[in-house]
Write a protein that binds this ligand. Structure first.
Ligand SMILES: [Zn+2]
Length: 70
């Protein structure tokens, strides 16, 4: 519990304002662009392309588009 933790749940920040995690931390569904990277919800219509999740595993670049709820 912190002093800043006074935001009511109804005023929760939009998923698309959440910082994009490293690509390695995304779920398979989020990596495939089928789920919100912030809350993990399935995305159907109106997904918002927020940016790129970046990362690499050895020689492999894992960069992928990151989508969030509308
Ligand atoms: Zn979301």
């Amino acid at each position: 519990m912190t002093v800043a933790d006074t935001t009511p749940t109804t005023m929760r920040a939009l998923c698309r304002t959440e910082p994009i995690p490293p690509a390695a931390d995304l779920s398979w569904e989020a990596t495939a662009g089928r789920a919100c990277y912030a809350c993990g919800k399935q995305l159907t219509l109106g997904a918002v392309l927020v940016g790129r999740a970046v990362g690499r595993m050895g020689a492999h670049v894992l960069d992928t588009d990151a989508y969030a709820c509308p």
